[in-house]
Design a protein around this ligand. Structure first.
Ligand SMILES: *[C@@H]1O[C@H](CO)[C@@H](O)[C@H](O)[C@H]1NC(C)=O
Length: 517
């Protein structure tokens, strides 16, 4: 009774802005192009033990098989049907993943591609991941089924039928995004088919959705299909829990469509976050870390409780979708670790960590001509994520989420959850530090000289293990030790040549004094 009353009082907390991670887990990871059986294993062997809240998965519904170029990653953004059947696995494997991950408290978030079907120019036939027939020329997708009435061809007013002018909101929403057949979301039939697909996934046990290409849908049309969604499966979620919704809207400013147009439906991806953080850490455009003091809304970002934030995503890490050259990725590991470390320490937004595969990046005139290359595979079959003795991944899976510095900052964020942003310090340049209440403290040196300073950490007295240079194992520290005195102050020294020029300590990295006899 008491619990029910509490739940209804807190009603808003169960709305579409809540990721429904288990208490104390505060970040998700995008396991881009992983197989479902590997994700199930990763939930059990790594993500749950290290406090990850959930996984964003690649689109699970049937897509076009593209052979020229050979099986690009972007073929998964060209749906053919809503069958759960892709290179990542079939429906049985999908169910097994969702069940096993939920059972260890790791949630699954589906990348939902519902703005469009496949490209206008794709040949008809059965070249699809489950062998379903489709005919793009006739707008015929019999397995859904969708036919010519279910697309926006009559509504689009651009010359080519594609989006040509991003300042014309009608074109952006009613025309084809790079030739992809644009669904008529004003039709109740189309809304119902999309809701049916998403409800199928909700029944299986997913916790929510990243909604691809949201900018290319009218917010009101999205609301109409989102209103048709069921509550989450009560095997794992509280009664009345709504699916978590985060919408992919690329708004770097200066366009007619704004992120705020979508706040009513759920959270929105904050693309300014990674673009600006990359610019600051690269020290471009006169930026310096000292300016991060008012990071967040102070930088004209959306409200924190509407933001889904990330340093890079699967598009902009390879120059697609707002992929300016400032974006930090695993290709620049030293700055990347600092960027992800800063994001995970800072209270702004709900955080998503990227986990990538390596591809043969090759620049010609400033453009990566291999930006299309799909996941590691053998004759088209996605390769397993193998794990090396040192816990890193093999088979060209980068597994940034397993890098010590990143994994330990995911834990840092959990430890400081709910604590205020405190004890900011900077040297007016690129040496900065801040705390999270009395639970954690982080110091960065991105200047070209040594950092040597005593700072107020806000932490209780004691010896702490820096979780960037090492780990606390059996009450011993394999990295740098930091001594916090009774007044909360501690001395920090970070050489600009350090492998990772930042230090992070938190309550769970405190070493306990052993009373040896
Ligand atoms: C919720 O999940 C359980 C466990 O997989 C399943 O048995 C049940 O049918 C699901 N509920 C719905 C409404 O599908």
């Amino acid at each position: 009774m008491r619990l029910l009353l509490l739940l209804s009082v807190l009603g808003v907390c169960w709305a579409q802005y809540n990721p429904h991670t288990v208490p104390g887990r505060t970040s998700i990871v995008h396991l881009f192009e992983w197989r479902w059986d590997d994700i199930a294993l990763e939930c059990e062997r790594y993500l749950a033990p290290n406090g990850f809240g959930g996984v964003q998965i690649s689109p699970p519904n049937e897509n076009v098989v593209i052979n020229n170029p050979s099986r690009p990653w972007w073929e998964r953004y060209q749906p053919v049907s809503y069958k759960i059947c892709t290179r990542s696995g079939n429906e049985d494997e999908f169910r097994d993943m969702v069940t096993r991950c939920n059972n260890v408290g790791v949630r699954i978030y589906v990348d939902a591609v519902v703005n469009h079907m496949c490209g206008n120019g794709v040949s008809s036939g059965t070249s699809s991941t489950c062998g379903s027939y489709f005919n793009p020329g006739l707008r015929d997708f019999p397995d859904v089924p969708y036919s010519a009435w279910d697309f926006n061809d009559g509504k689009c007013k651009s010359y080519s039928g594609d989006v040509e002018n991003y300042n014309d909101i009608y074109q952006v929403r009613d025309c084809r995004l790079v030739g992809l057949l644009d669904l008529a979301l004003e039709k109740d039939y189309v809304r119902s088919k999309i809701a049916e697909y998403m409800n199928h996934l909700i029944d299986i046990g997913v916790a929510g959705f990243r909604i691809d290409a949201s900018k290319h849908m009218w917010p009101g049309d999205m609301k109409a299909f989102l209103d048709k969604l069921k509550n989450l499966n009560t095997s794992w979620f509280p009664e009345g829990a709504r699916p978590f919704i985060y919408q992919e809207v690329i708004d770097l400013g200066g366009e007619a469509i704004k992120s705020s147009d979508y706040f009513g439906n759920g959270r929105v991806t904050e693309f300014k976050y990674g673009a600006k953080l990359g610019t600051v850490l690269r020290k471009w455009s006169g930026e310096k870390m000292a300016y991060l003091k008012n990071w967040g809304e102070g930088w004209a970002f959306m409200p924190s409780n509407r933001a889904l934030v990330f340093v890079d995503n699967h598009d902009n890490q390879r120059g697609h979708g707002a992929g300016g050259s400032s974006i930090l990725t695993f290709w620049d590991p030293r700055l990347y670790k600092m960027g992800v470390g800063f994001m995970l320490a800072h209270p702004y937004g709900f955080t998503r960590v990227m986990s990538s595969f390596r591809w043969p990046r090759y620049f010609v005139n400033g453009k990566d001509i291999n930006d299309w290359v799909g996941p590691p595979n053998e004759n088209g079959v996605i390769k397993r994520v193998t794990v090396n003795p040192d816990t890193t991944c093999g088979n060209d899976w980068v597994c940034e989420h397993r890098w010590r510095q990143i994994r330990n900052m995911v834990i840092f964020r959990n430890v400081v959850d709910g604590q205020p942003f405190t004890n900011w310090w900077d040297n007016g340049n690129n040496q900065v530090a801040f705390g999270r209440g009395n639970r954690g403290f982080i110091v960065f040196n991105n200047d070209d000289w040594e950092l040597s300073v005593t700072l107020q950490t806000g932490l209780p007295a004691g010896t702490y293990c820096d979780v960037i240079s090492g780990d606390k194992i059996d009450n011993q520290c394999t990295g740098i030790k930091i001594y916090v005195s009774g007044d909360g102050r501690a001395y920090f020294n970070i050489k600009n040549t350090a492998e990772d020029p930042f230090i992070a300590i938190h309550m769970d990295s405190k070493l306990h004094i052993k009373l040896d006899k």
